[in-house]
Write a new protein. Structure first.
Length: 276
Protein backbone atom coordinates (compact mmCIF):
# COMPACT_ATOMS: atom_id res chain seq x y z
CA UNK A 1 0.00 0.00 0.00
CA UNK A 2 2.83 2.41 0.89
CA UNK A 3 4.54 1.66 -2.44
CA UNK A 4 1.32 2.41 -4.32
CA UNK A 5 0.89 5.75 -2.53
CA UNK A 6 4.52 6.66 -3.22
CA UNK A 7 4.09 5.97 -6.94
CA UNK A 8 0.91 8.04 -7.08
CA UNK A 9 2.69 10.95 -5.34
CA UNK A 10 5.60 10.82 -7.84
CA UNK A 11 3.17 10.74 -10.77
CA UNK A 12 1.35 13.83 -9.45
CA UNK A 13 4.67 15.70 -9.14
CA UNK A 14 5.56 14.86 -12.75
CA UNK A 15 2.18 16.08 -14.02
CA UNK A 16 2.50 19.28 -11.97
CA UNK A 17 5.95 20.36 -13.29
CA UNK A 18 5.74 19.13 -16.90
CA UNK A 19 3.63 22.11 -18.20
CA UNK A 20 6.09 24.57 -16.64
CA UNK A 21 9.01 22.87 -18.36
CA UNK A 22 7.18 22.84 -21.70
CA UNK A 23 6.34 26.53 -21.32
CA UNK A 24 9.99 27.34 -20.70
CA UNK A 25 11.05 25.27 -23.68
CA UNK A 26 8.68 27.15 -25.93
CA UNK A 27 9.79 30.64 -24.83
CA UNK A 28 10.12 32.88 -27.90
CA UNK A 29 13.67 33.89 -28.76
CA UNK A 30 14.04 37.47 -30.03
CA UNK A 31 16.23 40.57 -29.96
CA UNK A 32 15.25 43.41 -27.66
CA UNK A 33 15.46 45.73 -30.71
CA UNK A 34 15.05 45.11 -34.45
CA UNK A 35 15.85 48.69 -35.51
CA UNK A 36 17.98 51.36 -33.81
CA UNK A 37 19.35 54.78 -34.74
CA UNK A 38 22.71 55.89 -33.34
CA UNK A 39 24.72 59.07 -33.62
CA UNK A 40 28.27 58.48 -34.83
CA UNK A 41 30.49 57.47 -31.89
CA UNK A 42 27.59 56.33 -29.69
CA UNK A 43 26.98 52.76 -28.49
CA UNK A 44 24.05 50.49 -27.72
CA UNK A 45 23.96 46.97 -26.30
CA UNK A 46 21.62 44.50 -27.99
CA UNK A 47 20.24 41.61 -25.96
CA UNK A 48 18.70 38.27 -26.90
CA UNK A 49 15.58 37.40 -24.93
CA UNK A 50 14.21 33.91 -24.32
CA UNK A 51 17.42 31.88 -24.25
CA UNK A 52 20.68 31.42 -22.38
CA UNK A 53 22.42 29.72 -25.30
CA UNK A 54 25.66 31.08 -26.74
CA UNK A 55 25.14 33.96 -29.20
CA UNK A 56 27.47 34.75 -32.11
CA UNK A 57 27.31 38.43 -33.12
CA UNK A 58 28.30 39.89 -36.50
CA UNK A 59 27.96 43.06 -38.61
CA UNK A 60 27.55 43.14 -42.39
CA UNK A 61 29.24 46.58 -42.59
CA UNK A 62 31.96 46.94 -39.98
CA UNK A 63 32.99 50.35 -41.33
CA UNK A 64 29.54 51.66 -40.35
CA UNK A 65 28.77 49.71 -37.14
CA UNK A 66 30.67 47.07 -35.17
CA UNK A 67 29.47 44.65 -32.52
CA UNK A 68 31.31 42.85 -29.71
CA UNK A 69 30.86 39.30 -28.45
CA UNK A 70 28.51 40.70 -25.82
CA UNK A 71 26.27 42.52 -28.33
CA UNK A 72 27.64 46.03 -27.80
CA UNK A 73 27.11 48.03 -31.02
CA UNK A 74 29.37 50.99 -31.83
CA UNK A 75 28.39 53.54 -34.51
CA UNK A 76 31.44 54.19 -36.71
CA UNK A 77 30.27 56.36 -39.59
CA UNK A 78 27.12 57.54 -41.31
CA UNK A 79 25.18 54.83 -43.11
CA UNK A 80 23.13 51.68 -42.52
CA UNK A 81 24.31 48.29 -41.26
CA UNK A 82 22.68 45.06 -40.13
CA UNK A 83 23.71 43.36 -36.88
CA UNK A 84 23.05 39.60 -36.75
CA UNK A 85 22.74 37.41 -33.66
CA UNK A 86 23.22 33.73 -34.55
CA UNK A 87 22.05 31.02 -32.17
CA UNK A 88 22.65 27.59 -33.60
CA UNK A 89 21.18 27.75 -37.10
CA UNK A 90 18.77 30.59 -36.31
CA UNK A 91 19.57 34.23 -37.10
CA UNK A 92 18.04 37.36 -35.56
CA UNK A 93 18.70 40.75 -37.18
CA UNK A 94 18.69 44.40 -36.14
CA UNK A 95 18.97 47.29 -38.62
CA UNK A 96 21.29 50.07 -37.43
CA UNK A 97 21.13 53.59 -38.90
CA UNK A 98 24.16 55.73 -38.06
CA UNK A 99 23.86 59.50 -38.40
CA UNK A 100 26.26 62.35 -37.90
CA UNK A 101 25.40 65.57 -36.11
CA UNK A 102 25.69 68.64 -38.31
CA UNK A 103 27.72 71.47 -36.84
CA UNK A 104 26.35 74.92 -37.55
CA UNK A 105 28.87 77.17 -39.26
CA UNK A 106 28.82 80.98 -39.37
CA UNK A 107 27.21 82.53 -42.42
CA UNK A 108 28.89 85.13 -44.58
CA UNK A 109 27.22 88.42 -45.42
CA UNK A 110 25.81 88.57 -48.95
CA UNK A 111 25.46 92.00 -50.57
CA UNK A 112 22.52 90.75 -52.67
CA UNK A 113 19.17 91.28 -50.85
CA UNK A 114 17.61 87.91 -50.01
CA UNK A 115 19.11 85.80 -52.82
CA UNK A 116 17.72 82.32 -53.50
CA UNK A 117 19.06 79.84 -50.99
CA UNK A 118 19.04 82.17 -47.99
CA UNK A 119 17.01 81.43 -44.87
CA UNK A 120 14.36 84.00 -45.85
CA UNK A 121 14.25 82.89 -49.50
CA UNK A 122 14.97 79.14 -49.63
CA UNK A 123 15.37 77.37 -52.97
CA UNK A 124 12.68 75.14 -54.46
CA UNK A 125 14.12 71.66 -55.23
CA UNK A 126 11.47 71.11 -57.93
CA UNK A 127 13.23 73.66 -60.17
CA UNK A 128 16.54 71.77 -60.12
CA UNK A 129 19.57 72.93 -58.13
CA UNK A 130 23.24 73.01 -59.12
CA UNK A 131 25.48 73.76 -56.17
CA UNK A 132 29.22 73.92 -55.46
CA UNK A 133 29.44 72.12 -52.12
CA UNK A 134 32.37 71.32 -49.84
CA UNK A 135 32.71 67.97 -51.62
CA UNK A 136 32.16 69.01 -55.25
CA UNK A 137 29.53 70.25 -57.69
CA UNK A 138 26.11 68.65 -57.16
CA UNK A 139 22.95 68.68 -59.24
CA UNK A 140 19.61 67.44 -57.93
CA UNK A 141 15.97 67.92 -58.83
CA UNK A 142 12.85 66.82 -56.98
CA UNK A 143 10.81 65.24 -59.78
CA UNK A 144 7.90 63.82 -57.78
CA UNK A 145 6.27 64.21 -54.37
CA UNK A 146 3.73 61.50 -53.55
CA UNK A 147 1.69 61.60 -50.35
CA UNK A 148 -0.47 59.12 -48.44
CA UNK A 149 -2.15 56.49 -50.60
CA UNK A 150 -0.31 57.69 -53.72
CA UNK A 151 3.01 57.11 -51.95
CA UNK A 152 1.94 53.64 -50.79
CA UNK A 153 0.76 52.70 -54.30
CA UNK A 154 4.09 53.74 -55.82
CA UNK A 155 6.03 51.80 -53.17
CA UNK A 156 3.94 48.71 -53.88
CA UNK A 157 4.71 49.12 -57.60
CA UNK A 158 8.37 49.13 -56.55
CA UNK A 159 7.82 45.72 -54.84
CA UNK A 160 8.08 47.14 -51.34
CA UNK A 161 6.46 45.11 -48.56
CA UNK A 162 2.83 45.97 -47.80
CA UNK A 163 3.34 44.39 -44.37
CA UNK A 164 6.23 46.78 -43.60
CA UNK A 165 4.19 49.76 -44.80
CA UNK A 166 1.28 48.83 -42.54
CA UNK A 167 3.66 48.14 -39.66
CA UNK A 168 5.16 51.60 -40.23
CA UNK A 169 1.70 53.17 -40.09
CA UNK A 170 1.10 51.39 -36.78
CA UNK A 171 4.44 52.53 -35.33
CA UNK A 172 4.10 56.13 -36.57
CA UNK A 173 0.54 57.09 -35.66
CA UNK A 174 -0.39 60.66 -36.49
CA UNK A 175 1.85 60.71 -39.56
CA UNK A 176 1.48 60.42 -43.33
CA UNK A 177 3.90 58.60 -45.60
CA UNK A 178 5.44 60.98 -48.17
CA UNK A 179 7.70 59.77 -50.98
CA UNK A 180 10.22 62.15 -52.59
CA UNK A 181 11.74 61.15 -55.94
CA UNK A 182 14.93 62.84 -57.21
CA UNK A 183 17.28 63.00 -60.15
CA UNK A 184 20.82 63.31 -58.74
CA UNK A 185 24.21 63.81 -60.40
CA UNK A 186 27.76 64.18 -59.12
CA UNK A 187 28.85 66.80 -61.68
CA UNK A 188 32.52 67.05 -60.69
CA UNK A 189 34.89 67.01 -57.72
CA UNK A 190 33.92 63.52 -56.54
CA UNK A 191 36.85 61.53 -57.91
CA UNK A 192 38.31 60.45 -54.56
CA UNK A 193 35.23 60.55 -52.35
CA UNK A 194 31.66 59.98 -53.58
CA UNK A 195 28.65 62.22 -53.29
CA UNK A 196 26.38 60.75 -50.61
CA UNK A 197 22.60 61.20 -50.68
CA UNK A 198 22.65 62.53 -47.12
CA UNK A 199 24.51 65.57 -48.48
CA UNK A 200 21.21 66.44 -50.23
CA UNK A 201 18.65 65.49 -47.57
CA UNK A 202 19.04 64.04 -44.08
CA UNK A 203 15.89 63.33 -42.06
CA UNK A 204 17.84 63.89 -38.82
CA UNK A 205 18.89 67.49 -39.64
CA UNK A 206 15.66 69.00 -40.97
CA UNK A 207 14.14 72.36 -40.04
CA UNK A 208 10.56 73.58 -40.13
CA UNK A 209 9.12 75.38 -43.15
CA UNK A 210 10.35 78.77 -41.91
CA UNK A 211 13.98 77.55 -41.67
CA UNK A 212 14.08 78.58 -38.02
CA UNK A 213 13.48 75.54 -35.82
CA UNK A 214 15.15 72.13 -35.95
CA UNK A 215 12.72 69.17 -36.06
CA UNK A 216 13.63 65.64 -35.01
CA UNK A 217 10.37 63.71 -35.16
CA UNK A 218 10.64 62.48 -38.75
CA UNK A 219 11.59 58.86 -39.48
CA UNK A 220 12.51 57.23 -42.79
CA UNK A 221 10.88 54.22 -44.45
CA UNK A 222 13.72 52.02 -45.68
CA UNK A 223 13.39 50.72 -49.24
CA UNK A 224 14.44 47.21 -50.25
CA UNK A 225 14.04 44.89 -53.26
CA UNK A 226 16.85 46.45 -55.30
CA UNK A 227 16.27 50.06 -54.19
CA UNK A 228 18.61 49.95 -51.19
CA UNK A 229 21.39 51.77 -53.07
CA UNK A 230 19.03 54.60 -54.05
CA UNK A 231 18.09 55.85 -50.57
CA UNK A 232 20.04 58.84 -49.17
CA UNK A 233 22.01 56.82 -46.60
CA UNK A 234 23.36 54.44 -49.25
CA UNK A 235 23.51 56.51 -52.45
CA UNK A 236 27.16 57.06 -53.45
CA UNK A 237 28.05 58.70 -56.79
CA UNK A 238 31.47 59.50 -58.21
CA UNK A 239 32.17 62.27 -60.74
CA UNK A 240 29.92 62.05 -63.80
CA UNK A 241 27.57 59.44 -62.34
CA UNK A 242 23.84 60.04 -61.95
CA UNK A 243 20.95 58.16 -60.38
CA UNK A 244 17.40 58.25 -59.13
CA UNK A 245 17.10 58.78 -55.39
CA UNK A 246 14.12 57.95 -53.15
CA UNK A 247 13.37 59.27 -49.68
CA UNK A 248 10.19 58.04 -47.96
CA UNK A 249 9.37 59.81 -44.69
CA UNK A 250 6.72 59.47 -41.99
CA UNK A 251 5.70 63.13 -41.68
CA UNK A 252 3.38 64.49 -38.95
CA UNK A 253 -0.11 65.07 -40.35
CA UNK A 254 -0.15 68.77 -39.52
CA UNK A 255 3.14 69.47 -41.31
CA UNK A 256 2.99 70.78 -44.89
CA UNK A 257 6.60 71.86 -45.39
CA UNK A 258 10.11 71.52 -44.03
CA UNK A 259 13.56 72.77 -44.98
CA UNK A 260 17.19 71.73 -44.85
CA UNK A 261 20.57 73.34 -45.46
CA UNK A 262 23.46 72.28 -47.69
CA UNK A 263 26.89 73.81 -47.10
CA UNK A 264 28.56 75.40 -50.12
CA UNK A 265 32.32 75.31 -50.75
CA UNK A 266 32.51 78.68 -48.95
CA UNK A 267 30.88 77.06 -45.88
CA UNK A 268 27.74 79.14 -46.41
CA UNK A 269 24.46 77.29 -45.76
CA UNK A 270 22.21 77.01 -48.80
CA UNK A 271 18.60 76.59 -47.72
CA UNK A 272 16.10 74.37 -49.54
CA UNK A 273 12.37 74.22 -48.73
CA UNK A 274 10.11 71.24 -49.45
CA UNK A 275 6.34 71.70 -49.72
CA UNK A 276 3.86 68.83 -49.87
Amino acid sequence: MKKLLTRLFIAMLILTFTPTMNTQAKAKIKLNKTKISLQRGKTYTLKVKGTKKKVKWSSNKKTIATVTRKGKVTAKKQGTAVITAKIGKKKYKCKVKVWQKTTKKPTKTNTEPNPIGTRVNPADPRTGITLDTTGGTVYFKLTETLKGQEAENRLLQMNQSLEEIKQGEYEHTGTTLVLFVYDVQAVNGFAAYPLNGLDIINSYTLYDGTCSKNIKNIESFYLSEGYEAMIPTNLNLYTGASSKMYEALWIPNEMTSFSNQIYTKNLTPYWVRYQF
